[in-house]
Design a protein around this ligand. Structure first.
Ligand code: AMP
Ligand code: MN
Ligand code: MN
Ligand code: MN
Length: 284
C-alpha cells in the first residue's frame, strides 16, 4: 500500500488548557488514542506551548496517534476575526517564536481593553477573574465569560457571548491581530500549511466566502477545513466544491474544547468527501 493511501482517521483542530480547552495536552492525546484517531494536532489559540509539555513526556513518543504540530492563529480580515490553522510547523523556527510573542502581546493588551469595557458595563475584577481562569494559558473571551458566569452576572456561556462578548458586542474588541498575509507568512516560513479554519462559522455569504478564499490563496493560504465539527452535509459539500475550485488541500477538525460540547466530540468526524485532497498528503 502506498503511504498516501494508508488509513487516516484525523482530527486536526482542538484546544488544550494552554488556551481555552478544558483538558491537558496529554489528556487530549489519551482521548484521541481511545477513539482510534491516527493523526491529530493540538491547535491552541496563538500558542504552541502544548508541544513543550508533550515533549517533556518521553512515553508520548510511543502512543498510537501521530501528533502533528499546529496552532490556530487569530487574524483580521475585512474588519472580522478570522482564524487560520497552521499545521506541521517547525517549532524551532525563530520566526514562529517571534510570531507567538507578537500574538501573546496582542492577547494581553486586548484582555485589558475587554476588562475596561466590561468595567464600564458594571462588571468588576474581570481581568483578574479571566486571568485566573486562563491559568497561564493564552487568555481569551471564554475566560471572561466563565468569570461572568461564576460571579453571577450571566447564566451561561451562550448569554455571555450573546450579550457581551460575541461578534458586534461591547467585549468583541478588535485586537491588533495580523492580516492573513502575515499569518500565512509565519506559517509557511515555519514549513507549515496555512488552512482557513471553520469557514462556515463567520456568517459570510457565499460571495464573501469566495472573496476570502481568493485573498487567502493570493497570500499563500493552502487549504480549508472542509470538515469542521458536526456541520451539516450541505455545508461540507459547499466547502468541498470551494476546495476544488481553489485547488485547496482539505483538513478536518472537531474544534474540540471540552467533553460534552454541542458541536463535536474529539475524533468523531465524518469522512472528507472523495473529491478532496487531504491535508495529510502534504506530509505523508
Ligand atoms: P478569542 O480567542 O478570545 O477571540 O475567543 C474566541 C473563542 O471563544 C472561540 O475559539 C470559542 O472557543 C469561544 N466562542 C466564540 N463564540 C462563542 C459562543 N457564542 N459561545 C461560546 N463560546 C464561544
Ligand atoms: Mn476557542
Ligand atoms: Mn476558531
Ligand atoms: Mn478552534
Amino acid at each position: 500500500m502506498s503511504e498516501s493511501k494508508a488509513f487516516v482517521k484525523a482530527d486536526f483542530h482542538m484546544h488544550s488548557l494552554h488556551s481555552d480547552g478544558s483538558l491537558s495536552p496529554l489528556a487530549l492525546i489519551d482521548l484521541a488514542c481511545e477513539r482510534d484517531v491516527t493523526q491529530m494536532a493540538i491547535t491552541d489559540h496563538d500558542t504552541v506551548s502544548a508541544y513543550a509539555e508533550v515533549a517533556k513526556c518521553p512515553e508520548m513518543a510511543n502512543t498510537s496517534v501521530q501528533l502533528i504540530t499546529g496552532c490556530e492563529f487569530s487574524c483580521l480580515w475585512s474588519g472580522r476575526n478570522i482564524h487560520v490553522v497552521g499545521l506541521n510547523l517547525d517549532l524551532q523556527n525563530p520566526g514562529l517564536s517571534d510570531a507567538m510573542a507578537i500574538q501573546a502581546k496582542a492577547r494581553t493588551e486586548r484582555a485589558q481593553t475587554i476588562a475596561d469595557i466590561l468595567s464600564r458595563n458594571g462588571f468588576e475584577n474581570t481581568l483578574e477573574g479571566a486571568q485566573a481562569n486562563a491559568a497561564g494559558g493564552t487568555i481569551g473571551r471564554p475566560h471572561f465569560a466563565k468569570y461572568l458566569i461564576d460571579a453571577g452576572y450571566v447564566k451561561n456561556m451562550k448569554q455571555a457571548f450573546k450579550q457581551y462578548l460575541g461578534a458586534g458586542k461591547p467585549g468583541d474588541v478588535k485586537a491588533n491581530w495580523p492580516g492573513l498575509a502575515l499569518a500565512c507568512q509565519w506559517i509557511r516560513r515555519a514549513g507549515g500549511v496555512p488552512l482557513l479554519a471553520h469557514p462556515m462559522k463567520y456568517g459570510l455569504t457565499l460571495t464573501k466566502l469566495r472573496k476570502l478564499c481568493d485573498e487567502f490563496k493570493a497570500v499563500g493560504g493552502q487549504g480549508l477545513e472542509v470538515i469542521s465539527g458536526a456541520q451539516d452535509s450541505v455545508k461540507t459539500d459547499t466547502l468541498a466544491a470551494l476546495a476544488k475550485d481553489f485547488a485547496f488541500l482539505a483538513s478536518t477538525g472537531s474544534d474540540f474544547h471540552q467533553p460534552g460540547q454541542p458541536w463535536a466530540e474529539l475524533g468523531k468526524l465524518p469522512a472528507l468527501p472523495v473529491s478532496c485532497t487531504p491535508v495529510w498528503h502534504s506530509w505523508q
